[in-house]
Design a protein around this ligand. Structure first.
Ligand SMILES: NC(=O)C1=CN([C@@H]2O[C@H](COP(=O)(O)OP(=O)(O)OC[C@H]3O[C@@H](n4cnc5c(N)ncnc54)[C@H](OP(=O)(O)O)[C@@H]3O)[C@@H](O)[C@H]2O)C=CC1
Ligand SMILES: O=C(O)CCC(=O)C(=O)O
Length: 522
């Protein structure tokens, strides 16, 4: 399919004179075609169409919405190699990674279709009336979750498929019954156009209201700002920088009608190497660590950017193995020239800190946007004196903090900001110390792992990909996994409504999982 560079307003292609080009990640050079820059009128039209589509779309049956999500998945798969090739060119990510991401994107849409059919996300509760209760009769009360309204989704630079046009936020918002207006990431406009065209075909094939999907694109912040400010938008999903996420939170909070922003921002995902595990397998842990740090050029918000361990010979063995692995780690192309620049500047800033020692670097980079990994260490006492070194450097770098005692390690934990993940490497003999740390780790992060590495997020019912600030702007939800649908829902209670007015899922015997008069039905 030839790329046209057009926008999608209410599932229709629209061209504009002003345009921008994508940049090939590997060379930093512009590539064809020119993509239309959306105007503020386009944002307005997309939001108006989303609002017009809201009631027709949200009142469709769960089965109809499930079929729509499945049709999007099929259409994305039908794009074939062209999608992967364009995404490789724009993002510099390797073929296998993008093929995996496409599978995850389609799988995510199908998982939400299943969620719709299951229906327990509606959280139905029925409390039957007791008309003869004394001193006052008890009314009939029935609760279910309803969709919020149109949702704005910001595509992420580091996941051109799974966190972008038809990614997790789009899938969960559409599943909830909310029309979506996507602000495409300017780093991958061709990939975004291909995926938008797949959504457009799914809209046509399943007869959805046209305004259920729009995508605007451009390179100026004012586009995203206008989208978040638009009174018809009721929630925002975002993955990107802390500065960008917080700017959108501020806009959303200063609207006459404030709205929730679910922004996934920065996380350094602390990993704890507990003494017995370190003693038993220091070398294997060192290699595993570097594999996780350098995966995808480190451009994951789950990258293990901070490791904590107790000083001693086992830690020296770990550092030797990690250094050796890092010395052989090939340099990799980064997503955009700006992200490359930000990485290089973050690494040289850290390298310039007198209390920080650089212990290894990866293989010398060759291309203009290619970066090498780097490992740093510092003493726990120095970290405690200045915890600002824990700021995220987005890329393949990580800092190991050598702690003199368990108390020092605990002090370091107490100084950390909120995280998406935290990991314990532990053996049986480490259980007591792990148990001692666990309550603080629960306060710290949204996902706690044992004996694994945080990169790679499973898309399942029990996944939490979220966490306290600043890993996200709202730690009460997740961007991955079926619980994500809850971001775009709110509860409504129906009191004494006649059966004819009750939504089908709230009638007696509707077959939806429910809590009826205090007892779960399944
Ligand atoms: N932790 C994580 O998961 C990730 C972190 N990052 C971090 O973000 C840095 C930049 O990467 P990038 O992906 O471009 O992230 P950004 O946060 O810069 O941009 C993401 C999206 O948000 C929009 N945006 C950003 N700031 C504003 C604003 N003030 N007002 C309105 N819209 C805004 C951008 O639009 P526009 O084009 O108009 O700027 C873009 O569509 C990286 O170097 C890295 O540090 C990036 C990806 C993931
Ligand atoms: O590790 C993953 O699979 C997801 C990471 C992520 O959400 C991100 O980097 O933005």
């Amino acid at each position: 399919m030839a790329l046209t560079g057009e926008l999608f307003i209410a599932s229709k292609r629209v061209a504009r004179d002003a345009g921008f080009r994508a940049v090939a990640a590997a060379t930093g050079s512009e590539i064809e075609p020119s993509f239309s820059t959306a105007t503020l009128e386009d944002v307005d039209a997309a939001c108006a169409a989303a609002e017009a589509a809201f009631l027709p779309y949200s009142s469709l049956s769960r089965e109809e919405r499930a079929k729509f999500l499945e049709a999007i998945a099929e259409e994305i798969e039908a794009l074939g190699d062209e999608l992967i090739e364009r995404a490789m060119q724009e993002s510099g990510l390797p073929q296998a990674r993008l093929q995996g991401e496409r599978g995850r994107t389609a799988g995510q849409l199908r998982l939400f279709a299943k969620e719709l059919r299951l229906g327990d996300y509606l959280r139905v509760r029925i409390d039957h009336a007791i008309p003869d209760r004394a001193p006052l009769p008890k009314p009939d009360l029935r609760l279910r979750m309803v969709p919020l309204g149109p949702v704005a989704v910001f595509g992420a630079s580091n996941f051109p498929l799974a966190f972008s046009t038809a990614g997790g936020d789009t899938a969960s918002a559409l599943a909830a019954g909310c029309p979506v207006v996507v602000k495409g990431h300017p780093a991958h406009p061709g990939t975004a156009e291909l995926v938008a065209s797949a959504i457009q075909r799914a809209v046509e094939k399943t007869g959805m209201p046209a305004g259920v999907f729009s995508m605007v694109a451009g390179t100026a912040n004012e586009l995203g700002e206008a989208l978040v400010r638009d009174p018809r938008i009721t929630a925002v999903g975002f993955t990107g920088s802390r500065g960008g996420g917080l700017a959108l939170v501020r806009i959303a909070q200063s609207r006459p009608v404030p709205i929730p922003v679910y922004a996934e921002m920065s996380s350094i995902n602390p990993v704890f190497l507990l003494p017995a595990a370190l003693e038993a397998r220091a070398e294997a842990l060192g290699k595993g660590y570097v594999a996780s740090v350098t995966m995808g050029a480190g451009q994951f918000c789950t990258n293990p950017g901070l490791v904590l361990a107790l000083e001693g010979p086992a830690l020296e063995r770990f550092l030797a193995a990690a250094s050796e692995a890092m010395l052989g780690a090939p340099a990799q192309v980064m997503l955009t020239p700006n992200i490359h620049k930000a990485y290089e500047s973050g690494v040289s800033k850290l390298a310039g800190v007198p209390t920080v020692e650089q212990i290894a670097q990866g293989v010398e980079p060759q291309g203009p946007t290619c970066a090498r990994g780097a490992l740093f260490t510092m003493k726990g006492a120095d970290f405690i004196a200045d915890p600002s070194h824990a700021e995220e450097i987005f890329g393949a770098t990580s800092l190991l903090v050598r702690c003199a005692s368990v108390d020092e390690l605990k002090k370091v934990i107490s100084l950390l900001e909120g995280q998406l993940t935290t990991t314990l490497h532990m053996d049986d003999a480490d259980v007591a110390i792990a148990q001692e740390l666990l309550p603080s780790l629960e306060r710290l992060a949204g996902r706690i792992l044992a004996n694994g590495w945080p990169t790679g997020v499973e898309v399942t019912d029990a996944m939490v990909h979220g966490g306290p600030f600043p890993s996200t702007s709202d730690g009460r939800s997740t961007s991955v996994g079926t619980l994500a649908i809850g971001r775009y829902l709110r509860p409504v209670s129906y009191q004494d409504l006649p059966e004819a007015l009750l939504p089908a899922d709230l009638r007696d015997g509707a077959g939806v999982p429910a809590r009826v008069d205090g007892k779960p039905t399944v």
